[in-house]
Every structure is written in C-alpha cells, then in structure tokens.
Design a protein around this ligand. Structure first.
Ligand SMILES: [Zn+2]
Ligand SMILES: [Zn+2]
Ligand SMILES: [Zn+2]
Length: 145
C-alpha cells in the first residue's frame, strides 16, 4: 500500500488525456489498498468503504479504462471470475488444482519460453493474462507423488 503508487497511476490517467474523477481515483486507491487478486466485486467493496455512492457499473468501467491505459490488468486464476492487479507489479501465477493456492512467479521465468516461441513462430506470449494450473509441492507430497 503506497500513496506514491496511487499518484503514479493517477498521473498516468491524466497523461492519457482522460479525466481524473473522484470515482476513478477511488478505484485506483481501492486496488492499491486491497492488494492483489481481487475480483471486481471485491474492488467495489473496497471502494464503498470510503465512497459508498460509487456504483458497481462505474467500478467495472473504470477497471476497463485502467486496463486500456495499462495501469491495471486482470488475470484468470482457474475457473473463477477475473482478478485485478495494478500493473506496476508484474508477476505470473501458478494455481494449485488441489488446494487452490496461488503461487506468484517472476516475469523472467518465461524468458526462455518467450525467446523460443518468438524464434520458432514469431508469436509474442502474454503470460500474465492466464495462470498455469497444476499441483503444488504440498499437495503432490500429500498424494505421495
Ligand atoms: Zn498476482
Ligand atoms: Zn496445493
Ligand atoms: Zn481475460
């Protein structure tokens, strides 16, 4: 949680030519305050703590705007609703199919694969949009694998 993070995001909205409204600022603050992996509904609940008059549709629209401006992004962790992140913290996700645990991994993990796919196919991967499913070490140990 940091005021600087919020101000950088607000500055990016302004720099894009979009208006910085009270509602938009409230969504950015909620994203920062509530931490990673919140659903849009959870972001809205965090907004309502301080701004109960902001409606859910506005929260959705603001998240979409923030994504277009590359200030925030969403990721799919397994089957549930998409989860939101501020974009200054780039990492990727492993989701355990056994216990549901989410493990964060650094972007550099994908470097060899990224290079290989680019060389072989010209395809540029965007690995933060989806998570990788599997079985975590603890669940594998429990299953005796
Ligand atoms: Zn994450
Ligand atoms: Zn597990
Ligand atoms: Zn998506």
């Amino acid at each position: 949680m940091s005021a600087q993070r919020v101000e950088e995001a607000i500055e990016a909205i302004r720099a894009s030519g979009s208006r910085v409204t009270v509602d938009r600022r409230a969504v950015v603050e909620a994203l920062d305050r509530s931490g990673d992996h919140q659903t849009a509904e959870q972001v809205a609940e965090a907004v309502w703590v301080h701004h109960p008059d902001v409606n859910l549709a506005t929260v959705y629209r603001t998240l979409e705007l923030l994504e277009k401006l590359e200030i925030a992004f969403h990721v799919h962790l397994g089957h549930g609703p998409s989860r939101w992140h501020l974009a200054d913290d780039v990492h990727h996700h492993l989701v355990c199919e056994g216990c549901g645990r989410v493990i964060e991994i650094p972007d550099s993990t994908f470097d060899p694969l990224r290079k290989r796919l680019l060389d072989d196919t010209g395809f540029v991967i965007d690995p933060h949009h989806f998570s990788l499913s599997g079985v975590c070490g603890r669940c594998a140990a429990k299953a005796g694998r």
